[in-house]
Ligand binder design. Structure first.
Ligand SMILES: [Zn+2]
Ligand SMILES: [Zn+2]
Length: 357
């Protein structure tokens, strides 16, 4: 079938055009997409030299299923996740589902652009009127939630929540620093409150984002100076706020490579630093920042276990403990994807979401 998709040429350009997709085969699901979130990875994919359908935060309605799919049926409302684990490999057997070594997904040639197979971001390609995905990528939505709010559970919410609950395992009564109050950072903040953190300190260079941070549960805020290299001055402020010691946990959620070590500067001895924004660049680190006995975690997808975490997140949403609708501060038609990405880079939205008619 023919579908309308947001594509990148991998050389900086984003455009909308028609792609062709084949019907679902065994263990696959055809989803009519209704909403797709905009994430920093979409921007990274614009410069990876590979043409691709963008989007990996998606929600929509099941249209058709292949043989072997029993957990959803046509008409079901679903959200997508990209931890399509096999359940059998070395890592899956150890419970590390987000590190699966044998991820399931429909092959490249079954989605085509101008007759040639095309990559889909995270094997989802959610910025498209329809997509065919592995059955593991689909979670049924059984709660009352809008498609825009549901779609962001698939990446920003999961990454933030999972970094707190699965990776750092934040303890009740603890102190938490969150660097960067964007899409992932706000979810770290609200998950830290759910985990019972007594103190949640948000750090950002943008005063508007710090106001948002407070709405999502930050107890304190630090407005960092733009010229504060590695946020070392902000780290001194954090120490002053935490008995001179540093926080129990610090999370980096800025996607700014130079801040990859900043959470280390903000945690106490034997504290936990987490890099949750997918920084992959080479940077220089003063090894003293690791002193002493600190743990640095770089969790993939918040160590996502879709069958456990997604229902838990939706349950917390129903209880009013996680704000999801409020995270979506603006929606855009599919044709305005480029504008939505620009707005994300400018820090205009908590989350911008494309709504697909
Ligand atoms: Zn993402
Ligand atoms: Zn596996």
């Amino acid at each position: 079938m023919q579908c309308k998709a947001v594509l990148t040429d991998g050389r900086g350009k984003v455009f909308v055009d028609i792609v062709e997709i084949d019907p679902p085969q065994a263990d696959e699901v055809l989803v009519q997409m209704r909403a797709a979130g905009v994430c920093h990875t979409d921007h990274k994919y614009m410069f990876r030299d590979i043409p691709r359908i963008l989007g990996h935060e998606g929600a929509g309605i099941v249209v058709d299923v292949g043989p072997g799919v029993t957990h959803v049926k046509p008409g079901d409302r679903v959200l997508l996740n990209w931890a399509t684990n096999c359940g059998e490999c070395f890592q899956c057997q150890r419970g590390n589902h987000s590190l699966c070594e044998s991820r399931r997904h429909p092959p490249l040639h079954r989605t085509r652009y101008k007759g040639t197979g095309i990559e889909r971001a995270f094997f989802l390609g959610a910025m498209c009127s329809h997509t065919v995905v592995a059955k593991q990528a689909v979670n049924k939505l059984e709660v009352d939630i809008s498609f825009p709010a549901a779609c962001i559970v698939g990446c920003a919410v999961m990454t933030g929540y999972g970094s707190v609950v699965n990776a750092a395992k934040v303890q009740p009564g603890s102190s938490v620093v969150v660097i960067g109050a964007g899409g992932v950072g706000l979810n770290i903040i609200q998950a830290a409150r759910v985990a019972g953190a007594a103190r949640v300190i948000a750090v950002d260079i943008n005063g508007h984002k710090l106001e948002l941070a407070q709405q999502f549960g930050a107890t304190d805020v630090v407005l960092a100076a733009r010229n504060d290299r590695g946020l070392l001055q902000a780290a001194e402020q954090i120490k002053a706020m935490t008995a001179g010691r540093g926080a129990d946990y610090a999370f980096e959620a800025t996607s700014v490579p130079a801040l990859g070590a900043a959470p280390l500067a903000m945690v106490r001895n034997a504290g936990v630093a987490v890099q949750a924004s997918g920084i992959e660049e080479e940077i220089t680190i003063n090894m003293r920042l690791f002193e002493w006995d600190k743990v640095y975690i770089n969790p993939r997808y918040g160590m996502c276990r879709p069958s456990v975490d997604v229902p838990q997140i939706l349950d917390l949403y129903v209880q009013g403990m996680l704000k999801l609708e409020e995270l979506v501060t603006r929606t855009y038609p599919l044709d305005d994807a480029s504008q939505a990405i620009d707005d994300m880079l400018a820090g205009v939205n908590a989350k911008g979401v494309l709504v697909i008619a």
